[in-house]
Design a protein around this ligand. Structure first.
Ligand code: PAF
Length: 327
């Protein structure tokens, strides 16, 4: 005689099989938001991520791009990842300290000698340890990308020395490490989300801003700023970050495809930054910017001494030195 539970068990098994089949076949849509135009290092990363994901996991994902802050400022988009309203962002490290405080150590001025040093530290133990802090905040940081070294632009006068910065209203990212630096240099730091910056510069509510050549060129800052100082005051990492809610729903092979596509996207972003850096200064000069090409870096570092004391208290001197001396 048929066991009374066997029919129910069969129905359950069939339903479970269909359930897992439909789960296995379901396509995941990844909306990816970023602050800059498609023809920027962020656009390059988003395109590379999409193309590589299609190769690594054909038909498993649909990637939709939302460039030019279409879904809000960087801080808002990271909040959307946490809430599960957005799947992915390419972002600067600017607002990240407000979510993962340990990440702010990478925003310390003059921490890295050059891009090779920064890339090695971010891809090595110090950077990977920071990435491991993201899941506790509802975020999965897939890879460190890059913007380049940040430089100062303004509409008032040429900045050659720290003294020239006195009183300049400089827009900074919403990042306390950067704000401390600009305050210490005697400027008046004005934290502001990126979508408000161009209008702020046009209307004169801020005198200047600071960003790498990748942004200065792709956001056409030469149209709203006359002076550029190649200050290289801080390296600007970028990050490819996914909502943990999205990542956790993926099966293991899809997770690997997402991770590998993001790793490649970060490499492509860095290569684009290298290309831009090679010709950007000539381009902005041709567009009419007056460029201070050499500054006395030691004088900026000396003026920042009180800020360095503050960072040592905040992040630990040993940790900072380990990154500074990373090989
Ligand atoms: O200055 C910023 O806020 C960032 O560097 C930007 C331009 C949004 C790119 O991430």
């Amino acid at each position: 005689m048929r066991h009374p539970y066997s029919l129910a068990a069969t129905v359950f098994a069939v339903a479970a099989t269909f359930g897992s089949l439909s789960q296995a076949q379901a396509q995941t849509t990844i909306k990816i938001a970023y602050a800059l135009a498609p023809n920027s290092h962020y656009g390059v990363a988003a395109k590379s991520f999409d193309e590589n994901l299609q190769k690594l996991a054909p038909g498993r994902f649909k990637v939709e791009q939302f460039p030019s802050s279409a879904l809000g400022g960087e801080r808002e988009t990271i909040e959307s990842l946490q809430l599960g309203n957005l799947e992915m962002v390419v972002t600067s490290s600017g607002p990240v300290i407000n979510f993962v405080p340990e990440a702010g150590i990478m925003d310390i001025p003059f921490l890295f000698r050059d891009s090779a040093h920064a890339r090695a530290a971010l891809d090595g133990a110090p950077g990977q340890e920071i990435l491991s802090k993201f899941p506790a905040k509802g975020l999965v940081a897939l890879a460190w990308g890059e913007q380049g070294f940040r430089h100062l632009t303004n509409s008032k006068h040429a900045v050659n020395t720290p003294t020239d910065m006195k009183g300049l209203k400089v827009r900074t990212m919403e990042n306390p490490v950067h704000m401390t630096a600009f305050r210490t240099l005697g400027a008046s730091p004005t934290p502001m989300a990126w979508p408000e910056v161009i209008q702020g510069l046009q209307q004169g509510t801020i005198d200047g801003q600071e960003n790498p050549m990748s942004v200065i060129v792709s956001a056409k800052l030469s149209e709203v700023q006359k002076h550029l100082t190649l200050s290289r005051h801080v390296y600007s990492p970028a990050l490819l970050v996914m909502s943990k809610r999205t990542f956790d729903k993926l099966n293991d092979s899809d997770k690997k495809a997402v991770q590998d596509a993001a790793t490649q996207a970060a490499k492509d972003m860095r290569a684009w930054v290298d290309d831009v850096e090679a010709k950007a200064v000539a381009d902005v000069k041709a567009a009419g910017m007056q460029v201070v090409e050499k500054v006395d870096t030691a004088s900026f570092q000396a003026a920042l001494a009180p800020a360095f004391d503050d960072y040592a208290k905040r992040f630990g001197k040993d940790k900072i030195e380990a990154i500074r001396n990373f090989k």
